[in-house]
Design a protein around this ligand. Structure first.
Ligand SMILES: NC(=O)c1ccc[n+]([C@@H]2O[C@H](COP(=O)([O-])OP(=O)(O)OC[C@H]3O[C@@H](n4cnc5c(N)ncnc54)[C@H](OP(=O)(O)O)[C@@H]3O)[C@@H](O)[C@H]2O)c1
Length: 284
């Protein structure tokens, strides 16, 4: 019985691979296939570190496609790598951005060897207070933008392609005062696990990365710095180490990477303890 199931699973995976390759190769316009990496939020913070370290871990990537709103910062970041970079100054909360990415992929038909969904924002404040725009921006960027970029990119992936989705320790349990952010990151992690299973037959791996606080623009833009006791007490993560750890985890085919022993333990506790208790600890 077990060998029969294994046989069926193997053939289903083969069928999936053939189906995707057929659709993909029908659109190919030339024989030389360019291998690219797409990094969102490459203009600052963690995304810039993902870009800087990528050639060391993915030496066969020919071109980097860099996405964020600030063109000048993307151009500056592009100097970090000794490779061709294509700059996409766009706002991923807007539908025309991922439609443009989709059109560019259709035109050039590259192989996407690496996708790093890193763009993100987080704002402190209770739901029902402060600006509605901030709550909606988190949904539009962290959930909708990430989903759309992944959806339009996946048809251009092949066996060995990697997806890294930047989630957060906020995904482990709801964080009152950052409820939309933490619920959104729970989506990012669940989405990553789901597509990792869907894409396993094609040999694509998906890794959700769950860092703790990092000293990047994020904590200033979201007015978190100086306004949250939790953020003041928690140990910070070094963005360079987070990137190294996530590339290693992605290359090893791991579904999740959480830096620092402290946060690994927190993840286990958040699974074991009732949500009413963990939420009190996780209140930002
Ligand atoms: N810092 C932390 O404490 C922390 C902790 C856990 C997880 N994270 C996650 O780590 C990821 C990276 O954040 P970071 O800490 O590096 O913060 P950051 O320095 O503020 O970087 C955020 C990046 O996202 C881009 N971005 C923002 N809004 C965008 C939009 N509408 N469209 C396209 N790109 C946009 C920004 O570029 P432009 O401004 O040029 O658009 C920037 O490159 C995020 O997903 C965040 O949720 C951060």
């Amino acid at each position: 019985m077990q060998s029969r199931i294994a046989f069926l699973q193997k053939n289903l995976a083969k069928l999936q691979e053939v189906r995707y390759n057929k659709k993909y190769h029908q659109n190919r316009k030339c024989d030389i296939i360019m291998k690219i990496a797409i990094i969102t939020g490459a203009s600052a913070g963690l995304g810039k570190e993902y870009l800087a370290a990528a050639p060391q871990y993915f030496p066969d990537i020919d071109e980097y496609w860099l996405i964020a709103r600030r063109q000048d910062k993307l151009e500056e970041a592009a100097k970090l790598v000794n490779r061709q970079c294509r700059i996409f100054p766009m706002d991923l909360t807007k539908e025309d951005s991922y439609r443009r990415l989709e059109a560019e992929l259709q035109k050039l038909t590259p192989t996407v060897a690496l996708l790093v969904n890193n763009s993100g924002c987080g704002y402190l404040g209770n739901v029902g207070e402060g600006e509605l725009e901030n709550q909606l921006r988190m949904v539009d960027l962290n959930l909708k933008g990430l989903t759309a970029v992944t959806h339009v990119t996946m048809p251009y992936m092949e066996k060995g392609s990697r997806i890294i989705n930047v989630s957060s320790i906020a995904s482990f349990c709801p964080n009152p005062r950052m409820t939309v952010y933490s619920a959104g990151k729970a989506y990012v992690s669940a989405f990553s696990y789901g597509i990792s299973e869907e894409a396993a037959g094609r040999g694509i791996t998906v890794t959700a990365v769950c860092p703790g606080p990092m000293d990047t623009d994020f904590i200033y833009l979201g007015e978190i710095k100086g306004n949250s006791k939790t953020f003041e007490t928690l140990p910070y993560c070094d963005p360079k180490k987070v990137v190294q750890g996530s590339y290693k985890a992605a290359l090893a085919g791991k579904r999740c990477y959480t830096p620092r022993a402290f946060y690994k333990l927190y993840k286990i506790l958040a699974k074991l303890l009732p949500v009413g208790i963990t939420m009190k600890m996780a209140k930002t």
